[in-house]
Design a protein around this ligand. Sequence first.
Ligand code: AMP
Ligand code: MG
Length: 401
Amino acid sequence: MNLSARKKMLPFEKAFEIVLNSARLLGTEHIGLADAANRILAEDVKSDIDMPPFNKSAMDGYACRRTDLANELAIIETIPAGVPPENVIGPNQCAKIMTGAMVPLGADCVIMVEFTKNPSENTVRFTGKETDGNICLKAEDIKVGQIVLSKGTLIKPQHIATLAAVGCANPCVAVRPKVAILATGNELVEPSQSPAFSQIRDSNSFHLAAQVETTGAITKNYGITRDTKKAIDSAIKTAIAENDVVLISGGVSMGDFDFVPDILKQNGIELMFEKIAIKPGKPTVFGFSKNKSVFCFGMPGHPVSGFVMCELLVKPFLYRLMGHNFIPLEIKMPLRTSISRKKAGRPSWIPVAITDEGTARPVEYHGSAHFNALCAADGLLCIPKGTAEFKEGTIVSVRRI
Ligand code: AMP
Ligand code: MG
């Protein structure tokens, strides 16, 4: 990519397209169900059985014929779950049956035990008015051979239940990307330290690692690197050698000590862009090595900027590396109070709380250094390019964080 194109401030949509289209799958592996939560399926999963595998009683009760419901019925056997019935139900006969047991041939309904009485030890009468059958029909949920989960699915607890039920005990999933996190800055100290005058604690490397881990990726926090070319070069070399993705916080802007883009280039990373037309998050850098063995993001140092760009760009990219098409949860709701801004040249993301009445209320927010504003927020909303004001009551989309 030529220099002028790279230095140009890209519309976010273009930057997003470049980032996502550059992703490649890293590989697959088989894992146990106990480790499957939050992983991405790498193949379609078919069922090896019908579900239910047989006509199954949904209730504890008596299996019988609907035509006999007005009569006293002879109880001919008891059918526990897991034991096949021995008899066919004939006229004025029934079998006592447990939830989950196989419904015997001849029966077309199960009457709930709550709606019965026993005139004698071996007979029963229906005391209800009608029954909706209480039989889960064979194969009504899943048919043998049916694809129940498709490649690219993010595995949640409900998917684990399905995998288990259809016999997929060792699903094939995408390999988790290894993601390095580096924080650059002479002003930074560890959270456990007391900052001296002109210092602040490194918060970015920790929130970035936590955000990345929500995708299932594996992080390694390389900690703080000083703003010297030598220190940054050495940290980037190590991170590139050991990981699939490298996130470098800070040092990507216009300051005298913002060396990151040049050092990435010196290390064989071709930069695709160095600025995005978005607020916050303008100084965001992205590139990759020739054979795509490693992908690098230069993340803006301001904490809210880094947080927002990680949500909007890095997380969807990490999911794409695993073959998952990430679609953020966005909820439409009216705006509680009007919001306005002076400059409308870039789309702008602002933190909002979701009120009990289901409206979006902007939280107090002083700009991209004000990270604790995000703690009061439930989501982010985007004021599009060219829009200076959203009036109270406007229907907005809130992207959950
Ligand atoms: P930079 O992009 O390096 O110019 O940093 C922009 C702003 O973000 C400065 O005010 C930094 O002090 C702040 N900053 C940079 N890195 C971090 C970090 N790791 N944690 C918290 N704040 C940071
Ligand atoms: Mg800096």
